[in-house]
Structure formats: C-alpha cells, structure tokens
Design a protein around this ligand. Structure first.
Ligand code: KG4
Ligand code: ZN
Length: 389
C-alpha cells in the first residue's frame, strides 16, 4: 500500500489530542491540549468539566493537527478515534466529532482501544528508528493513571491479538502516585513531581510492603474479562497488582510522624504559585518528606518491575514493552532497563511525550486495521470499560 495518512483523535480522559501519522510509523503532526490546569484545583479529573473542555477544544485541536501535517481533509486516508476505555462523556466528544468528519468526508472510520494505543506508542518510536523487527510474544506493561495491565501480545498477519495476564485489583499505579502527592500537599498530577523529587531523598528510609498476591492459575480466572481472547488456550498464571495499601501506609506515616501541619502549609504555599518549579517544591519539602517520597517511589517501581519480569519469565516473552503515563518515570525506566538486561530481555519504552495520552498512538494503532480494512460501523458507541483482546 502507498503511504497512508491517518488522523487520530483522543479524548478519553483529560487531554484533547489530534495527530496525523504516516503509515503507522512517522508522526507528521501531534497536538495535545492538556486540561491539567483546569482540574488542578480539585486534585483530580472532574469528568463533567473534562467533557465540556473537550467540546471547547476539539475543533481547534483537530484543525491545528491537520494544518501542521501539511495534509488536507481530502488527502487523509482514514479517521481514527479512541472508543474506550475512558470517561463516557469525554469519549463521546471525540467519537461524535470523528463520526461527523468521516461522514462528511466519506472516509473510513477506525475505532481504537486506548490501551492498544499506548502499546503502539512504543512501536511508533521503534519504527521511526528503523527497527521493524520486534520479536513476539511481546509482554506489555501498560501503567497509567487509570490502568495497570500486563498484556501478552502476538501478531496475526497485520493485526495484533492480546491476552490480559495481569491487572491491578484496586488502584492503578499512577493513581497511587497522584493520591500520595495529594496527601503530601504536592498538587496534581503527582507522578511528574514525585519523579523529580525522589532523587533528593533516601529511598531506603521508610520500608513499605506492597501486597504480594500469588499468581492465580487459569481455573481461578473463569470470570476474567478476557476469556475470549485471540490467543491459544495455554495454561498461564495471572499476575495481580495492588496499590491502594501503599497510599494508606503513606497516610499513616504522615499521621504518626506529625507531618500534617507541614503538608497543609506546603499545599497552601504551592497553590499560591502559578507554575511551581523544582526549586519551589524543594524549598517546601523537608528531608523527612523527601525520604518518604523516594521510599514510596522505590517501593512502587520495585513491585512493577519484579512482577512484570516474573510474568515475562512465566510467559516466555521475547520482548518487553513498558508504556502509559507512569512509563515516563525515570527510576522506572532505569530499573527496567537494568533488570531486563540481566535476563537478556529487550525492553522498549515510548519517548516521554508519547508515554502520556496523545493521539499519535491512536493513529498508529489504527494503521494495521486500515490494512485489514477493519472499519467501525457508523453506529458504534463509546465503551468506557472496553476490554483489549
Ligand atoms: O497515560 P496517562 O496520560 O493517562 C491515563 O491513561 O491514565 O497517564 C497519566 C498518569 C498520571 O497518574 C500521572 O501522575 C502519571 O501518569 N505520570 C507519572 C509520570 N508522568 C505521568 N507517574 C510517575 N512518573 C512520571 N514521570
Ligand atoms: Zn492513557
């Protein structure tokens, strides 16, 4: 097939994004309008505000992505949009706009799973480096504010099929970063701040124990979401994560170490600064707080890495992908690189801007579907709990 230009649209959470990608491998434009400032005063994403902001931003964002791509509506080959998982109202904005665009332009419409988008963000970078030969099976850790999932992926002709071999029983890892930052008075989102502050603390200062759940075998999984996945029925253990306990442990530490007043003073001082810089955070964090932050991050990173590598061994994975917002974390990347290298397992990550939500990953994930002519029916709906298989 000659070059194919797909415009991707992503509105599943708090980023309104549009991007044009050539043949699933070259980003020709990539526009992300973040709503962080809008949700910051509430310490998390407010779904109703997110939908309204998507509605306001979608037209200018798509226009800018098209303009910067040097393509026109006429030269586009397809329109791709996130179908789920995500916030229902937020997804609906992107889907309605994409449907209208596809109908008006008489172009194919491709529905993309947001999680498959995160996985293809890794490939996008890899393809750009000229590396087309990824060895299968791939074990992909998708770790973000809403998800902590392990997928085993195989390729069937142009398409990929996935089996979920692990997920969080409660909070996602990114959610633990966000909630911990909030209860330390550090604002929202917490991941990037904790990432930068951690190198200033002692990661061995506070001992956190993350719940260790024994891998479940297949018989225990009869009610699992991916019973009908596309991979052959092989008996495989299932790896569970859990991050709600560590958030409670941080809260208990704050209370038993009389840190509450300092947290409130920090929160107040940071709220008064429009765009706090690293120096502002450092000036407002005593060593005890920095040690707590570093210890929290070390515990979460250690758990993500050890469980993922155990799963990689059990599933005989040939390649490891680590993707999603938390994959931007420096300690997570270094630890995965070091530990995977010890096992001779190639580990790939998206670049930091492509780790968090964007639409280039949606356009990239749509390319194999364009080749396979897997188009969405005109009446397809948003699916907030869409499963990847
Ligand atoms: O992928 P993403 O943009 O949205 C979801 O699909 O959820 O991920 C956002 C999440 C937030 O929880 C944020 O705190 C976390 O990713 N995050 C990080 C870092 N950058 C973003 N967590 C740890 N370290 C980072 N550098
Ligand atoms: Zn995401």
């Amino acid at each position: 097939m000659p070059d194919a230009y797909i415009i991707g649209i992503e509105t599943s959470c708090d980023e309104t994004a549009a991007a044009v990608v050539r043949s699933g491998e070259e980003i020709v434009s990539n526009v992300v309008a973040s709503q962080i400032a809008l949700h910051q005063p509430y310490g998390g994403v407010v779904p109703e505000l997110a939908s309204r902001e998507h509605l306001r931003a979608i037209v200018p964002v798509v226009r800018q992505a098209l303009q910067e791509s040097k393509q026109t509506y006429a030269t586009l080959d397809a329109i791709a949009v996130t179908q789920g998982p995500g916030l229902a109202g937020a997804l609906l904005v992107g889907i309605s706009y994409a449907k209208a665009l596809a109908y008006a332009l008489d172009k194919p419409l491709i529905a993309v799973n947001h999680l498959e988008g995160h996985i293809h963000a890794v490939l996008l970078e890899d393809h750009a480096k000229g590396n087309h030969a990824v060895e299968f099976p791939v074990l992909a850790l998708v770790v973000s504010g809403g998800h902590t999932h392990l997928y085993l992926a195989e390729q069937r002709r142009a398409s990929w099929v996935y089996e979920n071999v692990g997920h969080t029983r409660d909070d996602a890892a990114g959610e633990a970063f966000d909630k911990t930052a909030k209860l330390l008075g550090l604002g929202y989102p917490g991941g990037p701040v904790i990432d930068r502050l951690s190198s200033h603390g002692d990661p061995t200062a506070v001992k956190f124990a993350i719940s260790q759940m024994k891998p479940r075998d297949r018989r225990d999984r009869s009610k699992d979401q991916n019973k009908d996945h596309g991979l052959p029925e092989i008996s495989r253990p299932h790896f569970d994560f859990s991050y709600s306990g560590i958030k409670t442990a941080v809260l208990r530490h704050v209370e038993t170490h009389n840190m509450r007043e300092r947290v409130e003073a920090r929160h107040k001082a940071l709220s008064a600064i429009a765009q706090p810089q690293l120096e502002d955070y450092l000036a407002l964090c005593d060593q005890e707080t920095l040690d707590l932050i570093a210890s929290f991050q070390r515990a979460v990173v250690g758990d993500l890495v050890s469980k993922t590598l155990t799963a990689a061994r059990a599933c005989n994975a040939a390649t490891l992908f680590v993707t999603g917002g938390v994959a931007a974390n420096a300690e997570l990347r270094h630890t995965f690189e070091r530990e995977a290298a010890k096992e001779g397992l190639p580990a790939y990550f998206p670049s930091r801007p492509l780790s968090t939500d964007n639409a280039a990953m949606i356009a990239a994930a749509a390319y194999p579907r364009l080749l396979a002519r897997q188009f969405a029916p005109a009446d397809f709906c948003a699916e907030p709990g869409l499963v990847l298989r």
